[in-house]
Each structure stands twice: as C-alpha cells, then as structure tokens.
Design a binder for this molecule. Sequence first.
Ligand SMILES: C[S@@+](CC[C@H](N)C(=O)[O-])C[C@H]1O[C@@H](n2cnc3c(N)ncnc32)[C@H](O)[C@@H]1O
Length: 247
Amino acid sequence: MRHDYQDAERAGAYHAFGLSADGRVKHAVIGDAVLRRLAGARDLDIVEIGTGTGWLAGLVRPQARRVVALDGSAALLEEARRAVPGVEFLEADLQRPLPLPDRAFDVALACLVLHDLRPLPRAFAELARVLRPGGKLLVIDLNAYYAHPVGSWKRTWRERLTRAPKGIRVASYGDWLRREDRTFTWGDGHESWFTPLPELVNDAVGAGFVVTGLDDLVPPDAPDGRGLAGRMHHFPAYLLLEAVRSA
Ligand SMILES: C[S@@+](CC[C@H](N)C(=O)[O-])C[C@H]1O[C@@H](n2cnc3c(N)ncnc32)[C@H](O)[C@@H]1O
C-alpha cells in the first residue's frame, strides 16, 4: 500500500521536524519514557515498526543484542541508515504481515505509527506474533482526549495563514466516537485514524497482550512559550502503553 511518507517532500519535512526544537522535545520526552520502561535491561532483541528516521531504534541500541527497524518510506530509511549505525533497517509495508519470524523479539516498539495502521487488531496481532512470550510492547501514540483531532493542540494551516488568534479548539469527543469512519486529516493533508483509548487497550488485550502500564508523556518542567514542550505541558498529547505478550 502506498502511503504519504513515501513522498520525498513529506519525508523531508518529517526529518526536518525531528531536528527542530520541537522535534528534540518530542524525542527527549518519548525517549526518556521508553528507557524508563526498559529499566536498564541488556542484550535485548528489539523490533521497531514505523521507525521513520530511526532515532528511537538508535536510542535503545545500547541495550540490545539486535535491533530491527521497519518502515515503508525509502527516503526516511535512507536517512536512518546514514545517521543510526548498528540497526538493521528494513523497508516494509506495515499493512501487510511483518517480514519477520514468529517469537523472535523481546521488545517491540511502535512510536506514533499505530494511528496510521488499520485494522488495529491486525497490527497488534502481528506485534504479538513476532514477540516471545513475556516480551514487552511499548506503544507511543496520540492521547485520544487531548491530541488531534479532538483536542486541537496544533494550529490549523488556515489559522497560520490568516493569523487568526491562537486558541485551543476542542471538537466533540462523542461525535468522534460515533463516527463510522474515524479518518482524520492533519494540517499537511496526511490521513490517520482516531482511536479512542479503550479501543487501543481492548485491541491490545484481544491480541493476547496483558496491559502493564500507561503513562502520560509530559515534559519534566513547566516551560514558557508556545513550543511543543509548552503545549505538552498543558495538553499531554502523547501517551505510552506498556503491555506484555502472554504465554
Ligand atoms: C508519524 S511517523 C513516526 C516515525 C517515528 N516513529 C517517530 O516517532 O519519529 C510514522 C511512520 O510510520 C511509517 N508508516 C506509516 N504507515 C506505514 C505503512 N503502512 N507501512 C510502512 N510504514 C508506515 C511512516 O513512513 C513514518 O515513518
């Protein structure tokens, strides 16, 4: 399946975001939470789906025997291979079965990618398949109560272009729940799917995971300004779900 990140311009913009001040905040907050959940474990076999530029795969590399990181964007993988040594980067369509054997990994990471994959139970089933019993899954994704499309923590392109006053616009959560088609569009036209938190948890449980933790990802201090750190301080737009694959 073709998806937006295969477009070189979009991939370039995503890479540039990773290098920006907001991108560094995102990496720091998510990275700290992931490392805390790995609690210094060593010699792990780790798989990451939707690795993008590979920054998270690189962060966990010191704790791993092997890191395999998958993405469907050749442009982002090219950057990842250049910037992140010691990781096996594979180009793969995550809407299809993962090109990986059963029970091969101790840890699976899915950072800000499940909102791009449908149906969600199938994505969880694939993650369960490639994990060993007792293996750990860490999902970082949009917090359904605060992030796009319900709590609009981003300004829209229209607001940017028209310089309309900044403000938080909140769409009705109930309306999103009742929608049959939960597709939403980001400011740049990329489409993702809205997943209510109970559905995220229930789909993980349905695929054989036992949920062992849930974190709001909030920066450690209260920064001023309208950057990502300030916005995350007010609206915890990302969450981390930890689950263990049952035997
Ligand atoms: C929002 S980005 C997150 C990237 C990275 N995990 C991060 O946190 O910076 C989503 C990533 O998932 C990948 N992706 C989305 N849908 C995909 C699909 N169907 N097959 C393969 N990769 C996909 C994109 O190429 C992109 O790199």
